[in-house]
Design a protein. Sequence first.
Length: 364
Amino acid sequence: MKKPVTVGVIGCGYWGPLLVRNFKSLPDCRLKVVCDVNTQRLKHISALYPDVEGATQPLQLHNDSSLDAVVIATPVKHHYPLAKASLLAGKHTFIEKPMAASSAECEELIDIAQRNGLVLMLDHTFLYSSPVQKIAEIVQAGDLGEIRYINCRRLNLGLFQKDINVAWDLAPHDISIILHILDEFPIAVNCQGNAHITPGIEDVTNMSLFFPRQRFATIQSSWLEPRKIREMTIVGTRRMIVYDDLRMREKIRIYDARVERPPHYDTFAEFQYSYHYGDSYIPYLHQEEPLKLACQHFIDCIQTLSEPLTGGRHGLEMVRILEAAAASLKKNGAPVTFSRSTGVAPAPVPIQAEEILPTGAFAG
Ligand SMILES: NC(=O)c1ccc[n+]([C@@H]2O[C@H](COP(=O)([O-])OP(=O)(O)OC[C@H]3O[C@@H](n4cnc5c(N)ncnc54)[C@H](O)[C@@H]3O)[C@@H](O)[C@H]2O)c1
């Protein structure tokens, strides 16, 4: 029998209570304590879970020798100091997305976790969801052919954040899915946007990620949209997938649709695109709460001391892309390039000094 893992959760605002519920439900996890500096939030959670201790200071968790792990669900600016204190106190650490406010902070957290043999996991929740796992499986099996582009729309009215713009708030979900599906790090990023409500905090952004072999992805993020939209289209040379995360069932549909150019033609009159409209089908998806699977994965990784599917490196890659997008926003959408990585794994690479790419540079 594996030893149960004793966990504390810091941050009981909007997302923290979902983590509390899930960690509480896991058989090999003991949720010992929840913490929030806001006593109202703490009272609310304590009323729901009277057997769980309440703390107003994170230090109480870091000093508790019976705690194996700490979960951080606070606003982004607190992630780094809280995670650093947690890791230095010898606790396995689970951090909400995005990992930290800068890639330098992420690197330091990864280093501390590695030096101390601790599990560092990021909550990139969608990678634990069955639609995304199914899409990755289909793409990796080559059923779509070569991926041409991915288009994502994550739009709704609010919730306005005070410390991060909409790209840092919503795009991490899309970025994590895109990197997982393509299994590759982009060579360049650009981003445009506008702050309509809170000065200096963009509430609408359009980001593009450019990959080798002319593959690219676009991500539209908005807090200023009357409808809630969570859609992604993955276009391959042979088939296409539409993923609508708001559908209760049938979240993904695969279209046997494509368009081809004629291989040879002599005159313009002979030139005809060939459109193929075949069947569409909806694969079966096992329904399970992705956050529960993510929480279980964290516990499993601690018990087996293994690297999570969404470890520190994934968090760092995400923050590098967000930093590049922020740099591009400041330059009205000029592309920001990453230096080319070598090797199979998409190793995190530094951003070069906001270089504007020459025409055709995206062709890998
Ligand atoms: N994975 C997902 O799908 C998902 C969804 C929503 C939010 N999130 C992430 O969860 C995190 C929290 O977001 P939220 O919307 O719940 O924020 P929130 O503002 O609603 O809640 C944060 C809570 O943390 C508390 N807090 C702040 N600093 C603290 C500190 N130093 N010590 C203890 N408590 C502290 C606040 O009092 C507040 O109650 C963010 O990183 C966000 O990006 C992830």
